[in-house]
Design a binder for this molecule. Structure first.
Ligand SMILES: *[C@@H]1O[C@H](CO)[C@@H](O)[C@H](O)[C@H]1NC(C)=O
Ligand SMILES: *[C@@H]1O[C@H](CO)[C@@H](O)[C@H](O)[C@H]1NC(C)=O
Ligand SMILES: *[C@@H]1O[C@H](CO)[C@@H](O)[C@H](O)[C@H]1NC(C)=O
Ligand SMILES: *[C@@H]1O[C@H](CO)[C@@H](O)[C@H](O)[C@H]1NC(C)=O
Length: 295
């Protein structure tokens, strides 16, 4: 009698947590890979789609930690693996280096926009992105990859090239899905994606466009979760929540010394306190330690 009462009392709680997915959702260690759009050019905060997407994922119950060797944006968890101007081969090289360093369980890729800058077609874009994605599957076992089609562009010849690349990416998606890979392609030209009226210039989204990108990525990640693709991130000392105070933010590569990790703890905290996301990386650890102990 008593035990069944306890059971009845506990039941609504369990159901509520499940419905909300606040306790059951898998933590996401996300490596955002790309060029200037992923970095955040045209975004007034430099946040790109990354902060809006993070907010969506957190409301769906996920802990989130963005990882990558660069930072941009006015939020703590602003790591990114993106460099303005990079073409596909450079993005691929960066991703091949960063993936084994961080062991993400989710990689987001937007690559190939800059290959279209000359307006000439890029017939090997799909093949090369496929090769990169397969290397990512090997470098971080169990990882899910979500790739995006190329955004609308105001310059006609460049846009025609992008449309052609997107056809290659659609074919790639069909092939990867046929092999049961943990892969989702999101379409940045779907009705939810940014149009040429959501651009800051001829090619980079404005803040409104970045919000739309976040919506499209979010739907793709939800699909991946619902398909059961996403497993827990590998325990390599990286915090599950990249916004938690004192988190390293995962800028240290795997295998970094204890001394280096504790320095990262200090820099993450101090950077937050000073409201500076970049400058502090240049300040000696000793000074930062003084700052840290001072508050
Ligand atoms: C969902 O979670 C929020 C806080 O995380 C809580 O206030 C709310 O009651 C939950 N709703 C359901 C249906 O579980
Ligand atoms: C909760 O998450 C699971 C997968 O983890 C999903 O299938 C389910 O639809 C989600 N439920 C809600 C209410 O969002
Ligand atoms: C980021 O910048 C925006 C726009 O300037 C501002 O509204 C927001 O408060 C800033 N956020 C942080 C955490 O500094
Ligand atoms: C595709 O990969 C090949 C082999 O690495 C390289 O020669 C070619 O330049 C790449 N093309 C693009 C568009 O990245």
């Amino acid at each position: 009698m008593i035990s069944s009462l306890l059971f009845l009392a506990a039941l609504p709680c369990a159901l509520a947590a499940g419905a909300n997915n606040t306790t059951s959702a898998t933590a996401l260690r996300i490596l955002p890979v790309g060029a200037s759009v992923t970095f955040g050019v045209g975004s007034s905060t430099g946040n790109s789609y990354r902060l809006d997407l993070r907010t969506t994922l957190v409301s769906a119950g996920h802990e989130v930690n963005y990882v990558g060797r660069h930072r941009n944006g006015n939020f703590t968890d602003n790591q990114v693996e993106a460099t303005s101007g990079f073409v596909l081969s450079q993005i691929a090289e960066a991703a091949r280096t960063a993936t084994p360093m961080f062991l993400p369980n989710l990689v987001l890729i937007e690559a190939g926009t800059n290959n279209c800058n000359s307006g000439k077609l890029v017939p090997d874009a799909g093949a090369n992105l496929t090769a990169l994605i397969n290397d990512i599957f090997t470098a971080s076992p169990g990882v899910t990859v979500v790739a995006a089609t190329l955004l609308a562009n105001k310059v006609a010849a460049q846009d025609a090239c992008r449309v052609d690349v997107n056809k290659q990416y659609q074919a790639m998606a069909t092939s990867l899905e046929g092999q049961n890979k943990k892969f989702v392609l999101v379409d940045m030209r779907s009705p939810e994606g940014p149009t040429t009226s959501d651009l800051f210039d001829s090619r980079h989204p404005n803040d409104r466009g970045y919000v739309k990108m976040a919506t499209v990525w979010g739907a793709g990640i939800k699909t991946a979760v619902e398909k059961g693709f996403i497993g827990a991130p590998k325990d390599n000392g990286t915090p599950l929540n990249g916004e938690s105070k004192g988190s390293t933010g995962s800028t240290s590569p795997v295998g970094a010394s204890a001394a280096m990790s504790s320095m990262s703890v200090v820099t993450a905290g101090a950077g937050e306190a000073m409201g500076a996301s970049v400058v502090w990386t240049l300040i000696p650890a000793v000074v930062l330690a003084a700052v840290w102990t001072g508050w």
